[in-house]
Design a protein around this ligand. Sequence first.
Ligand code: PLP
Length: 381
Amino acid sequence: AGLMTIRAYHESRGDTNRNICIIPASAHGTNPASAVMAGMQVVVTKTDEKGNIDLADLEEKVLKHSENLAALMVTYPSTHGVFESSIRKITRLIHEHGGQVYMDGANMNAQVGLTNPAIIGADVCHLNLHKTFAIPHGGGGPGVGPICVAAQLAPFLPGNPVIPTGGKKAITAISAAPWGSALACLISYGYIKMLGAAGLQKATEIAILNANYIKERLEGKYQVLYTGEMGRAAHEMIIDCRPFKQKNIEVTDIAKRLMDYGFHAPTVSFPVAGTMMIEPTESEGLSELDRFCDAMISIREEIDAVSEGDNQNVLKNAPHTLEMVTSDHWAFPYTRQQAAYPLPYVKESKFWPSIRRVDEAYGDRNLICTCAPIEAYADSE
Ligand SMILES: *Cc1c(COP(=O)(O)O)cnc(C)c1O
C-alpha cells in the first residue's frame, strides 16, 4: 500500500517513469517482493563490513538512477540491529533526487517514544502492529500493518468501494477490510491503552536495555556481528555461529539444542546465513533473560567440548525426546542427564520436545504426501 501510494504520487506529478526502488542488501525478503508487486524495479545497494548501508555505493546508484528513482525502502534500526547514524544523510540524498523514502516499521519496538519515522525523513512507514504493538511481539500472528504517510502522500491513501476511506485521489483498495483485522487491531489497541504513552516509551527503553544486557553477558562466548559506533546494539543483535562450522556445528544444531534447555530458538540465518538473531523485547524479566544467557553459555561450553570429526554429540543429536531418554537403549557417548538436564533449572521445569528433527528446508521444497496411495484403497476393497 505504501509503495502504491508513492507510485500514485509520482504519477500525479507526471513522473510516470519513476519506477526504481533501491533496497539495501540487508533488507527482509518482503521488501523486494513488495516492490515488485507494486510494479517497481529493484536495485540492491550494498552494506559495508560494519553492516551499515554503504554510502558510496548508495550515492552511485542514486546518481545512476536519478531520473527514474521512485523510492528507497529502508529498515530503521536496521535488520542488523543497529541505529545507522547516517540515516538522515541517506533520506536527504533520496529526496534530493526526487525519490520518496519508505521505512519498514518492523523495528519500531526500538523507536516508540524515543524517536519516530518523521525525524529520520521517512515519507511512508508501515507499522507491524503484531510485532511492536502486541504481546508476544510477533508471536505467531495474525498480522496487521497500517501505513502512515507524510502530507504529500495522504491524498493517495487507498480507498474502498464499500466503506469510505482513503484520500481525495485515493488509489484502489489494497485490503478487503480497510482497517485491517478486527482481531489483531484489538490486541494492539489494548496494548497501547494499557501501557499509555509513558509505558510505551519504557517498553522501548527496556527492549533496548534487554538486548544490550544479553550482548554483554554473551561477550567473549559469541561474536556479535554488528554494533553501532558506541559498541551497542539496538533492540536486537546477530551472533555469529559460522566459526563453529570448523567443528561441524551449525546454527541449526544450536537452535535444536536450545529446545533441550526449554527454549524456542530465535530467528536463524536471517538476515545473515549461519547466524542467530536475538531480540528479547521488553517482555521477559531478568530471571528469564539470565536463564537464556545461561543456556547459551552452557551450549558454548558444549561446542568447545566437541572434538573434530565427532558427530555423536549433544548438539548434533538435539533435541532429545522423552522417548529417547527413557529408552532401554542408549548408544550415545554422553549421559542421559547431559542430554535432558544440562543445567539445574531445566530439572525444575522440563519441556520435552516431542519429535527429533525433520530435514529442515527439505519439506518446504518438496511436496510430501502422507496420505495412502490410491492403490491402498483398491487393495482394501
Ligand atoms: C517481520 C519483518 C517483515 C515482515 O513483516 P510481517 O508483517 O511479519 O510479514 C518485514 N521486514 C522486517 C525487517 C521484518 O522483521
